[in-house]
Design a protein around this ligand. Structure first.
Ligand SMILES: Cc1cc2nc3c(=O)[nH]c(=O)nc-3n(C[C@H](O)[C@H](O)[C@H](O)COP(=O)(O)O)c2cc1C
Length: 282
């Protein structure tokens, strides 16, 4: 039986993210799918040390915490729905801290070569303060080879207050339908987006480049500013930074290749650091 994992990034019990996530997963259950929820704040976890041992030697992460097992679970499920509140204009920090550990499983993500369906649920207290919650939450899925197919943004400050707006519950159910249908029909069925949203991460915050194009900071997609908004190339599925080819090339040609590059100039770096330390009086 296909399994859908719900990843919850709020410590609040029956808070807004949890209510919406549970409602989406209940639709998956109605379709006969198995579901499970992991609350990230229940995990015992530390932060990536940046030693690169995992990616350079293929050995297990030196940090002995719950993250390697959690990431194995994330890779074992057929689809993932992630739900997070917005704290200080982005998803709660735990989402970033878990995503930062992606190097210890990126080889397995690349070995799989299959893209799995996912969806993002982003909750903020008020729309004017939503910041970059949604686009940054999608990075969690994209980093682990999961394609966000559907999304929702909801606004409510108090725990569970999101239920007062019936449209929120309906939208959460639509996400459950989208994920269930994608699994059962074995096709990636994408939610349509308007012209001013990135079609990959669903973010709506962009960078204006000097050459006059508009750039999604999450996916690296470039679009054109037109009279009806930002227009992205039709073949955007081949262009963003999380395609299998682009991620593979980033890991092999840049991350792994950074070790010999670094070693080649290590003596110069050490000399400069000794000079600086003398200047600092250390
Ligand atoms: C520390 C903290 C920071 C917050 N920062 C924001 C924010 O920047 N923008 C916003 O719209 N809401 C913000 N909120 C409100 C939450 O996003 C809102 O209460 C949300 O519904 C919480 O979701 P939950 O019930 O799933 O935990 C913040 C709440 C807390 C506790």
């Amino acid at each position: 039986m296909a399994k859908v994992l719900g990843v919850l990034a709020s410590a609040r019990h029956l808070g807004n993210s949890e209510v919406l996530l549970r409602e989406s997963l209940s639709v998956c259950q109605e379709h006969g799918l198995k579901t499970e929820i992991v609350r990230l704040t229940d995990l015992n976890m530390s932060f990536c040390h940046g030693c690169l041992r995992c990616i350079l030697t293929g050995k297990e992460c030196r940090i002995k915490d719950d993250i390697p097992l959690f990431l194995d679970k994330l890779l074992a499920f057929d689809a993932v729905i992630v739900a997070a509140p917005t704290y200080m204009l982005g998803p709660t920090g735990i989402v970033k801290s878990v995503t930062d550990r992606f190097l210890c499983r990126v080889d397995r993500v690349l070995d799989r070569r299959t893209i799995r369906p996912g969806a993002v649920i982003s909750v903020a207290g008020l729309e004017e303060w939503k910041g970059q919650g949604l686009g940054q939450l999608s990075l969690f899925l994209l980093s682990f080879g999961i394609r966000p197919l559907g999304f929702m943004e909801a606004y409510a400050p108090g725990p569970g207050e999101v239920v007062l707006e019936k449209a929120n519950i309906e939208k959460a159910r639509e996400i459950g339908e989208l994920i269930s249908n994608s699994i059962l029909n074995q096709t990636l069925i994408r939610q349509e987006v308007g012209p001013n949203r990135c079609p990959v991460c669903f973010g709506d915050v962009f960078r204006f480049l000097p050459e006059g194009t508009v750039h999604c900071p999450n996916c690296g997609l470039e679009g054109e500013l037109t009279d009806s908004g930002i227009s992205f190339p039709k073949n955007y599925e081949e262009l963003h930074r999380f395609t299998w080819e682009h991620l593979q090339s980033h890991i092999e040609d840049w991350v792994k290749a950074s070790a010999p590059r670094y070693l080649a100039s290590r003596k110069d770096i050490q000399k400069e650091i000794i000079n600086l330390k003398e200047k600092w009086g250390e």
